[in-house]
Design a protein around this ligand. Structure first.
Ligand code: ZN
Length: 349
């Protein structure tokens, strides 16, 4: 093993050998309500070669794999160049002090959410000493883990250039400006790998799970959060569901398909729920407002600083009217399969 990446004096854990996949065969799944067939083997990445049309989202077709049951969109040209696709995902503020995705006042709220995310991560794995956050945003969760919980080895990945520069230079974090699949990391190194709202963006999510397994220590944990394709608001809003985010999202997980994928790699499922304080209420309310007004997430675009031609006040009013109902609905669905956002905590055997 060698350390080959070094940014500004911050060394990153790397290895030169290729990935190692679990060669053990996986038996037929029988508890998740569908039958993917006994040919699903751990270590054999499902390429979704047999699939059927699931639905269309504004003329973009989604398919369901007949083998692994995952709902997915076929990749297009821009998906194959994620550094370009996500190049402007974060942008500098006018005063060039920070980078972000939202109007300035909201960035304070996002930072607070990142503090609570760090708190949650620490609560789920208090003894973790080496933490990797895949798609780490600007790195605030890792920063808070280091600052308030004393975790010294915090590492991130970020392909959006502005966010990567911010995490590296302003927060002094160890960050790779590369896709996880292209980074050589030590096997059996991390105590904890977190991946928040990233797995749905990647071209081959199964390859990510296999790689995460190889870099985790024995009894190491993975925390995954994604939009829940089974969500109640998708059933109401249809193609207006905010979780589709069809330009960026490629895979659409349900509790069944995500747990199946983790079990294929022998992960032990420790916890699942379908609620997120940060995302659930907002996604539900925005999806319903988009459905009522037959528009494309105008409130969400407005808070991201986009200029909106239409009168936004109606959308703001509807959002604030629906938010309490959506919060209540999502809290009721916390431990069901139908909440808005899916969180799974699993352990490597
Ligand atoms: Zn498949």
């Amino acid at each position: 093993m060698r350390r080959i990446f070094c940014f500004g004096g911050i060394s990153l854990p790397t290895k030169q050998r290729g990935e190692v996949f679990d060669p053990e065969a996986q038996t037929r799944r029988d508890t998740l309500g569908f039958n993917p067939g006994s040919f699903i083997m751990a270590g054999v990445i499902c390429k979704h070669t047999k699939s059927f049309l699931e639905t269309s989202v504004f003329s973009v077709r989604l398919y369901r794999c007949a083998k692994c049951d995952l709902v997915f969109r076929k990749e297009n040209k821009s998906d194959s160049n994620p550094k370009k696709l996500y190049g402007k995902y974060y942008r500098k503020s006018r005063n060039e002090i920070t980078v972000g995705r939202f109007r300035y006042g909201l960035e304070v709220v996002i930072k607070t959410f990142r503090f609570f995310r760090a708190y949650k991560v620490h609560a789920l794995h208090p003894s973790a000493r080496r933490v990797l956050d895949i798609g780490c945003g600007r790195g605030f969760m890792l920063y808070f883990l280091r600052k308030f919980w004393g975790i010294k080895k915090v590492v991130g990945t970020q392909i959006s250039l502005e966010a990567y520069i911010f995490a590296k230079n302003k927060l002094r974090l160890s960050v790779y400006h590369e896709d996880l699949s292209k980074i050589n990391l030590y096997d059996n190194y991390f105590d904890l790998v977190t991946i928040w709202h990233v797995l749905e963006h990647v071209v081959e999510p199964e390859r990510y799970i296999a790689k995460i397994k190889s870099i985790l220590k024995r009894k190491g944990k993975i925390i995954i959060e994604v939009p829940n394709y089974n969500s109640w608001s998708r059933k109401i809003a249809g193609e207006y569901w905010l979780g589709y985010d069809i330009i960026y999202h490629l895979s659409f997980f349900t509790p069944g398909t995500l747990i199946f994928l983790l079990k294929k790699y022998k992960f032990k499922i420790l916890k699942t729920h379908t609620f997120s304080l940060e995302y659930s209420t907002f996604i539900s309310a925005q999806s319903i407002v988009s459905r009522i007004t037959k528009t494309d997430s105008l409130f969400f675009k407005w808070i991201q600083g986009e200029k909106i031609e239409a009168n936004i006040s109606m959308h703001i009013l509807l959002m604030f009217f629906l938010l309490p109902f959506c919060l209540f609905g999502n809290l009721v669905l916390y431990y069901t399969h139908y909440g808005e956002v899916l969180l799974v905590v699993a352990e490597k055997p």
